[in-house]
Design a protein. Structure first.
Length: 103
């Protein structure tokens, strides 16, 4: 997309200033980033939840910080559950069927 813009403007990457090249490269990286996947979330959320719980348990938290961490832990727990529950249910059913039918 960015190269198309340069073409429309009649410019070439080689002719850009160092500053313009930095901006071009930064924009290119942003446009090429893949979307986050459910598998990414399954990997990220449990670690983030563990960190949030550790922060929530600190004795020196102010009342405001305590409320923030409590809400953050609740949100992360809910998201983790929403994302992981279907897979857990599927595995439990597979296990149950395998035992019942000796598979």
């Amino acid at each position: 997309m960015i190269s198309e813009i340069l073409q429309k403007l009649g410019l070439k990457y080689e002719n850009l200033t160092d500053e313009e090249k930095k901006v071009y490269d930064a924009w290119s990286q942003v446009l090429q980033k893949p979307d986050i996947t459910i598998d990414d979330l399954k990997r990220i959320l449990p670690a983030e939840l563990q960190k949030a719980r550790a922060e929530h348990e600190k004795y020196e938290n102010s009342e405001k910080a305590e409320l923030f961490w409590k809400a953050y832990v609740r949100i992360l727990s809910m998201l983790t559950s929403i994302i992981t529950t279907p897979g857990q249910e599927r595995e439990a059913l597979k296990e149950q069927l395998a035992k019942k039918f000796s598979l």
